[in-house]
Structures are given as C-alpha cells and as structure tokens.
Design a protein around this ligand. Structure first.
Ligand code: ZN
Ligand code: ZN
Length: 274
C-alpha cells in the first residue's frame, strides 16, 4: 500500500488540475493521496467529485497545507483527514483568502507606483483557489517585465524588495487548533535540520502536533534519519509525500515518495482515537 499525502494542484501553486493529479496517481499505482493546497481545500473537493464518478480504487484523504509564521520563521502545517464542513476551518480559510487578496492589491499598487503596469483582473484570473505572488510573477513574465518566474521574484517580489508588504500568514497555533477542531491530524511538513529543530518540535507538540513528514523528495538520508529519531523521541507519527507542484525537476507523484501501509495505518488509528 502506498500513500502520497502531500500534493498541490492549480488551486494553489501547482500546475496540474485535480483531474490531472488523479490520473497521475492512478498511473503511479498509488492507493491513497491527499491534495494539500495552500490555505484552501477547493481542489480537494473537486478531486473527490471526480473520483465519485470514476471506477477507481484510489482513495482521497481530505487535506490542506497552512502557511504559518512563528517567531519570525516560516512553518508549513498539513492537516489530514479533516472535516471540510467544520465552520472554524472554513472561517479561517476565507479569512486567509481575504488577506491574500489584500496583499496582492498592495503589491500591484506598489508596482504601479514604479510604472510597472499590472492588471489586477489578469492576476486574479490566473488563480483558482489561493492567490499568491507566483501569480503576479507569471503576469510580469507575460508582460515582458521579467524573463521568468525566478527573475520576477528577484527583481520585484522578494521579501527584501517588498519590505513592509508581508505575505499573509497565520500562527502555527491557529493552524494546529483549527485542524484539531476539524477532527484532523496536524503534521509538520518538510522541517529543515537546524539547531532549533528540537525546541520547535517541542513547541509544536505542545500546541497539538501529531506527526512529522519523514518522507519527502526534498530530503537526503541524513535529514530523514534525523527526523525519524526526533519522531521516536517525541512520540510523533510519520507522514509524507511528494509535495508535487509539477514545477520542480525530478519530483514526481510516485511510490518512491509515498509512505507505506504501516505508517499509513498508524495515522488512521490516531485519527480514530481523536
Ligand atoms: Zn510546504
Ligand atoms: Zn506543499
């Protein structure tokens, strides 16, 4: 049994639609997937509708990835097996959608003040679920202000350049609490190895964290074994997946980036015990 519990679609910064993701997962002979778009679940809802209409054993686990800030650092918290009908969850998601839109408008008027004319409607039409800086970057490329997306970030969209215009972020506590209120499992996505890894794990565990991604194409063996050790020490469960966006060379939806049956079943048991 193979489960890829971290996948993006066109509803955040992935380039494939939910339908294309389902086809890729079926071709890769996966058994379970979670679509975990940033700060929204609309791609996951669409994927479930598609799966309901086709003859396939692929199972979709309801998921989301929240972009969070805590003490100046960025954390990504995944929610798995969540109840999309929970009103605290939908409230937080619509608040983040509003904040994202406000930030996009600020960036566009900042660009206009520098005589870089970008049309808000064109930017919003590129985004289906969560709008973000990558959608402005694509528009800057199309208008000829940048050679490619990286160039657009370097010239116009990095945190250094935008200074006071911050990316909208919730706190890790907000994310973890709302995932637990929605009967889901909060998972720390792709932690980096750093001197404060242990203290961050302790803090997140106190906030209600249940698991950590130990499987990711971003990891080398060192990072994976370090994370496994830390999970054992703090009694945290294993999760993981491809973090597939369709834009990073060599990263695919495949069994190589999936967690195994035992790891998946441990998550499922934890969900039942909530
Ligand atoms: Zn992430
Ligand atoms: Zn991700």
């Amino acid at each position: 049994m193979f489960a890829d519990l971290h996948i993006h679609t066109t509803y955040s910064d992935g380039i494939y639609s939910p339908k294309e993701i389902i086809n890729k997962a079926i071709n890769a002979k996966l058994h379970k997937i979670a679509i975990t778009d940033h700060d929204n679940y609309f791609g996951s809802l669409e994927a479930q509708k598609i799966l309901d209409d086709i003859d396939s054993n692929l199972e979709l686990i309801p998921g989301v990835e929240f972009s969070c800030h805590d003490s100046g650092s960025e954390f990504h918290i995944i929610g798995l097996f969540i109840d999309f009908d929970n009103s605290n969850l939908s409230g937080l998601i619509s608040k983040m959608q509003d904040e994202r839109m406000r930030s996009i408008k600020k960036i566009i008027s900042h660009l206009q003040s520098k005589n870089i004319e970008i049309d808000l409607n064109k930017v919003t039409s590129r985004a289906k679920g969560s709008i973000g800086r990558p959608h402005i970057a694509l528009e800057l490329v199309e208008k000829g202000f940048a050679r490619n997306v990286n160039d657009a970030f370097d010239k116009y969209l990095s945190n250094n350049i935008l200074g006071k215009i911050k990316e909208p972020r919730m706190s890790t506590l907000e994310a973890i609490e709302v995932i637990r209120q929605s009967n889901g499992l909060p998972i720390w996505a792709h932690p980096k190895l750093s001197s404060d890894l242990s203290s961050n794990i302790k803090k997140l565990k106190n906030q209600g964290l249940i698991g950590v991604e130990i499987q990711s194409p971003r990891y080398g063996l060192n990072r994976q074994s370090e994370l496994i050790n830390i999970c054992k020490k703090y009694k945290l469960l294993y999760s993981g997946g491809s973090d597939f966006h369709g834009v990073h060379e060599g990263v695919e939806i495949s069994r190589n980036n999936a967690i195994n049956e035992e790891e998946y079943n441990t998550l499922l048991e934890a969900k039942k015990d909530l």
